[in-house]
Design a protein around this ligand. Structure first.
Ligand code: ZN
Length: 314
């Protein structure tokens, strides 16, 4: 296997420092498919644990094709730090989600320049993966076309959300939606929680990527583990907001099943010291995403359920 490392320039800071995206190309030197895997368009979304595992695996087991790895897709979002927290979801200059600049423009804003370089790599692939993390969450796949169901099944992440990015204009400048338009099948995987190391989640996504690579004949099927029997898809979710500014503690853990009228979370209100009030579930579902804080203003998102009556096994 031949490995080529390349720094792709996207611009300069006012100090004169180059802004570069580091790309690895792992070439088996045997003709085959090309896979593009991107991580960290949003600063603080620590998914590179998976790429470390994957790199080590491919060094030993690659049999055909190429894998292009971009471990840190955004040289600006990772610099957006405040104390110990990397706040890399939105561009602080433009106020815009960093994943809404695709397909990009080499003469546009910094976000569009970054997107143009990334999209230039991704659109050449036979299959592309965009790795993210989501607040505090269980791992889940996101797929944007029903025609990708066989890829979802092959990957075998336990839960997978369908978002019709073509119909929903707020997604039209994501990498996934632009790859759909370019004819490149693709998945997004939310690999777990922000700025964390969750060994089971790393393992689940790592195994999923290995199965996708086996499907594309880049590695052998016998070098992968079988997908779990239950792979589920869903499209409906319910968001719960804080009714008032308060400290909030959850009554449930990520991945728990929730039934109507069960306690979901507890308010600890400074206007009512000593009294704890509960928020009850209004849906049957699975707790799949929570906010990474105990501190809530009125109306803030506290958690999301994926709805039980909408879950299908595939
Ligand atoms: Zn993200």
């Amino acid at each position: 296997m031949k490995v080529t490392k390349e720094n792709l320039n996207v611009g300069y800071t006012p100090m004169g420092t180059p802004l570069e995206i580091l790309k690895y190309e792992l070439d088996s030197e045997v003709p085959g498919k090309t896979v593009y895997i991107q991580s960290g368009i949003h600063g603080g979304e620590v998914t590179q644990w998976i790429l470390h595992e994957l790199y080590h695996f491919l060094e030993r087991k690659m049999i055909s094709g190429k894998v292009v790895l971009v471990p840190c897709a955004n040289p600006v979002s990772w610099t957006q730090r405040a104390y110990y927290s990397t706040n890399g979801k939105f561009d602080f200059y433009m106020g815009k989600d960093w994943n809404r600049n695709f397909p990009g423009n080499p003469e546009g804003s910094m976000g569009e320049r970054i997107a143009a370089v990334l999209f230039g790599l991704a659109k050449q692939a036979d299959f592309a993966l965009d790795l993210h993390t989501s607040r505090h969450s269980i791992p889940f796949g996101i797929f944007s076309r029903q025609t990708y169901l066989s890829w979802v099944k092959t990957a075998g992440v336990s839960y997978n959300q369908f978002i019709d990015m073509g119909a929903n204009s707020s997604y039209k400048n994501t990498l996934n939606a632009c790859l759909d338009d370019a004819g490149v099948p693709n998945l997004c995987i939310e690999c777990g929680s922000h700025d964390s190391y969750e060994a089971d989640n790393v393992q689940e996504v790592y195994e999923a990527i290995r199965r996708l690579l086996a499907e594309l004949k880049i590695v052998r099927a016998e070098d992968t583990r079988k997908a779990p029997d239950k792979v589920r898809i869903f499209s409906k979710t319910a968001k719960y907001h804080a009714r008032k500014g308060s400290l909030i503690r959850l009554a449930k853990s990520l991945g728990d099943e929730v039934r109507v009228s069960e306690d979901l979370f507890y308010y600890f209100d400074n206007n009512d010291l000593g009294k704890i009030t509960s928020e009850k579930a209004r849906h049957n579902g699975i707790l799949f995403k929570t906010s990474p804080t105990y501190i809530y203003w009125s109306g803030d998102d506290v958690l999301q359920l994926l709805l039980q009556d909408d879950v299908q096994e595939i």
